[in-house]
Design a protein around this ligand. Structure first.
Ligand code: FAD
Ligand code: SF4
Length: 338
């Protein structure tokens, strides 16, 4: 049956050529403004007539938001750098291969050619009810349609759910958390640099947003310090269709070994909660332990402590346990290389 909708509401399109002009426009238009990056998430919302901004600020003409630069202490990736550029960059491939591997598993080549790193970490929840415009908690209403006995919640959260049980769908976010990346924001009060893990919000903090960006804010760059350059990396993503699909779950870890002993480690999963989770308890438990299957087993069990399944997603608990087990235990070492 054809779905007939009203025409898309008109909006003013702004195409600034500098970060400061873009930030000023966002500040000026406040709640009425929408940031447009590659458009893959944005155009869904606009064309479905679910989000109706009055002003759209297109970042595609801002050269200073594009490209990958080496810095005194690592690299800086402009927010408008495409995922394909991230995948193909020789320094990222050589030193921070975890991010290249995660980005390469995002969707399809066409989507990676157009989608940006800033957009990938800022994308919204993919819950079917919310995307279809149902007035749920995340949309400002007072019900969750997914968390009901008959709700479609196979893809939803097993951890840290609170009223909203949607998950964060980004593949690059956990890799950036494992690499201890810093997100650079331009705000009405100037520049702010925050840890990757603090960029994302759970429903306990704000049920209507997945990240800390507020009206007038812009994500300008992502910095990766050299701390984890060349570490032993592991990324694994599980999805329904291997050709291209959002993650059901993914795991990213960075590890430095001394012989067989885990000296330093960071690990993060996504698809389990409304925000990518850094597994600090796992990191603390495995530091100083040998990297072997039994340490992996212990890590996997610890990772899923407190997990609560919904009607149709109990499979995510053993799945997450096994992903963490492999990431820590090294049973199936990542084979990705340039
Ligand atoms: C069919 C399909 C399959 C997909 N599969 C996957 C997948 O497997 N894994 C995965 O991780 N992702 C997947 N995605 C998501 C896709 O990668 C993201 O939609 C894309 O990366 C968003 O980037 P974009 O540049 O298109 O941003 P846009 O869609 O333009 O923006 C996304 C959101 O971020 C905001 N935003 C963007 N840039 C900034 C900035 N610099 N500052 C402030 N706010 C900003 C926008 O306002 C918007 O809310 C898929 C998308 C589609 C359509
Ligand atoms: S899971 Fe969240 S986004 Fe989905 S219907 Fe429930 S409240 Fe809305």
């Amino acid at each position: 049956m054809a779905v007939i909708r009203d025409v898309m509401p008109a909006f003013q399109l702004f195409q600034p050529s500098s970060i400061s002009d873009a930030q000023k426009l966002l500040e000026q238009h406040g709640q009425d403004a929408w940031v447009l990056a590659g458009g893959l998430d944005s155009f869904d919302w606009l064309k479905d007539r679910i989000k109706k901004p009055k002003a759209v600020v297109d970042l595609s003409g801002i050269e200073e938001l594009k490209g990958i630069r080496t810095t005194r202490d690592g690299i800086e990736i402009g927010a408008m750098t495409t995922l394909t550029e991230v995948v193909q960059d020789p320094i990222i491939k050589d030193k921070y291969g975890l991010l290249a591997q995660a980005a390469e598993l995002v969707a399809s080549p066409q989507i990676r050619n157009q989608g940006t790193l800033g957009g990938n970490v800022s994308q919204d929840a993919r819950c079917w009810y919310y995307r279809a415009g149902w007035p749920c908690y995340r949309a400002g209403g007072n019900i969750c349609y997914a968390d009901t006995p008959v709700g479609r919640n196979r893809e939803h959260a097993i951890l840290q759910a609170e009223r909203c049980v949607a998950v964060n769908p980004s593949d690059t976010a956990p890799a950036l958390i494992a690499l201890d990346a810093k997100f650079v924001l331009r705000t009405p009060k100037g520049e702010r640099v925050i840890d990757a893990e603090d960029y994302f919000l759970g429903p306990d903090i704000d049920i209507t947003r997945m990240h800390i960006l507020q009206p007038g804010y812009l994500l300008t760059a992502i910095r990766i310090p050299s701390t984890w350059a060349g570490a032993s990396f592991y990324f694994e993503k599980v999805r329904d269709r291997n050709v291209w699909d959002f993650p059901l779950l993914n795991v990213a870890s960075a590890m430095v070994l001394s012989g067989d002993t885990i000296q330093r480690v960071r690990i993060s999963v996504n698809g389990a909660a409304a925000r990518p989770l850094r597994l600090k308890a796992v990191e603390d438990a495995v530091r100083g332990q040998p990297r072997n299957p039994s340490t992996g087993e212990m890590a996997g069990k610890l990772a899923v402590q407190g997990a609560v399944p919904l009607q149709f997603n109990a499979y995510k608990i053993p799945l997450m346990r096994n992903l963490v087990k492999r990431a820590i235990g090294g049973v199936q070492e990542a084979t990705w290389a340039s």
